[in-house]
Design a binder for this molecule. Structure first.
Ligand SMILES: NC(=O)c1ccc[n+]([C@@H]2O[C@H](COP(=O)([O-])OP(=O)(O)OC[C@H]3O[C@@H](n4cnc5c(N)ncnc54)[C@H](OP(=O)(O)O)[C@@H]3O)[C@@H](O)[C@H]2O)c1
Ligand SMILES: *[C@@H]1O[C@H](CO)[C@@H](O)[C@H](O)[C@H]1NC(C)=O
Ligand SMILES: *[C@@H]1O[C@H](CO)[C@@H](O)[C@H](O)[C@H]1NC(C)=O
Length: 346
């Protein structure tokens, strides 16, 4: 049986679901792949819990359940100081410890560091792991949307990095784009609806996803140079208007100003969609007029939809569509990424 040691950073909705998927998939992994995922450490924002011997021991399933229970009650991992044989390191020791663990494991069996946090503070650790030739799996978009300099350090060994869940959650977006690129197809244009605007009225979450895709296509771009059209004007921003006032008065004003644009689009046989557009050296996020009978035009509800136009998919674009959020699908995407790395482990 091949063992894949892993350290999980981030134990929120996605991280906990991942731990649960790992436990419930043990039989599938063993029977179908001859693989066992061995969780050697779990970190939250304040501490790292790790096993006493990183080469032979692992967090057993009972401890994993206990960690999930504790974290979903809002407690900190540091409250587990006296828990079994495990060691608990404070935040300031975490970087040193993960780096040390990584340097030992990478040289022997290999190691996967999985980032399910929503923080930029993990970037330093991830860069060290990449430098040591360790494997990295991300649900967290921030490490890939920091400066180009940080990005280059992270993608040092592209075959050891997986981040399918950073764009469209479990949908095979990154994988599909990579397959087009590796077969020499040229991608001209990608238009995508990548979030539920109710959660992201300012558009920053979509901007990060657009940046990840644009960088994948070779654009050397910084986050602050992406043109982002916010769905509300500055005077309705979180610092200028209360949520109550926004819901009571702001939203109806927004509806009025958008109604004119909707009408104008309709007279051209089009509809308005809040999308990212990546084309040539252009990468922007905002409201676009799109044909009513396109995949994006037909979009209802909260699905994510991506239209990819390339040499092979010129008239009829490649369409990727489905639920683009949720702890379960996101964590499943992360788990599939980890399994996809299995051949790199001994
Ligand atoms: N949920 C989705 O549908 C979805 C879809 C696609 C991608 N994602 C991405 O997946 C990631 C996780 O989402 P989530 O909803 O699970 O977030 P969440 O519930 O806010 O959980 C974040 C976790 O990260 C931990 N954390 C913060 N800083 C850390 C650090 N420096 N080192 C290690 N851990 C740290 C937090 O610790 P504490 O517990 O101590 O606060 C918390 O456990 C995010 O980046 C999100 O954008 C989510
Ligand atoms: C994801 O997990 C978080 C934290 O447990 C929870 O608050 C949220 O409702 C979950 N989201 C979904 C869509 O289940
Ligand atoms: C890191 O953790 C491992 C395993 O728990 C332990 O053996 C090692 O001494 C720790 N290293 C540091 C620098 O704290």
């Amino acid at each position: 049986m091949k063992s894949i040691p892993l350290i999980l950073m981030g134990c929120g909705g996605v991280g906990r679901q991942l731990l649960q998927h790992i436990v419930s998939c043990r039989d599938i992994h063993a029977l179908n792949y001859g693989v066992r995922l061995r969780v050697v450490g779990v970190a939250d924002s304040k501490s790292l819990l790790s096993v006493p011997d990183i080469f032979t021991t692992e967090l057993d399933d009972h401890s994993v359940d206990e960690i999930c229970r504790l974290k979903s009650n809002g407690s900190s991992l540091s409250s587990l100081t006296s828990y079994g044989d495990y060691q608990v390191f404070s935040n300031s020791e975490t970087i040193t410890n993960i780096t040390e663990v990584a340097s030992h494991l990478v040289r022997s069996t290999g190691l996967a560091v999985v980032d399910c946090s929503a923080s930029s503070d993990t970037i330093g650790i991830l860069q060290k792991v990449a430098e040591m030739n360790g494997c990295i799996v991300l649900a967290n978009k921030k490490p890939l949307t920091s400066s180009m300099e940080d990005y280059d350090k992270l993608v040092l060994h592209p075959r050891r990095l997986r981040h399918e869940s950073t764009v469209g959650a479990g949908l095979p977006v990154i994988m599909s784009i990579n397959r087009l690129l590796s077969s020499g197809d040229t991608i001209h244009r990608i238009v995508g609806s990548l979030s539920d605007p109710r959660d992201d009225l300012g558009g920053m979450d979509v901007a990060r996803k657009a940046l990840i895709v644009a960088r994948l296509l070779g654009q050397r771009l910084e986050l602050d140079s992406i043109k982002v059209e916010s769905l509300y004007p500055a005077e309705m921003g979180p610092n200028a208007m209360s949520v109550e006032d926004f819901l009571a008065n702001g939203v109806s004003q927004l509806d009025n100003s958008l109604a004119d644009r909707v009408e104008k689009a309709a007279s051209n046989g089009n509809v308005l969609r809040y999308v990212c557009v990546i084309e040539g050296s252009r990468c922007e996020v905002g409201i676009q007029e799109l044909p009513k009978n396109s995949a994006l035009g037909r979009l209802r509800g909260s699905d994510n939809v991506l239209e990819v136009y390339s040499r092979c998919y010129s008239e009829q674009p490649l369409i990727i569509q489905g639920a683009g959020a949720g702890n379960d699908t996101t964590a499943a995407g992360v788990l599939a990424d980890i399994l996809d790395l299995q051949d790199l482990f001994t």
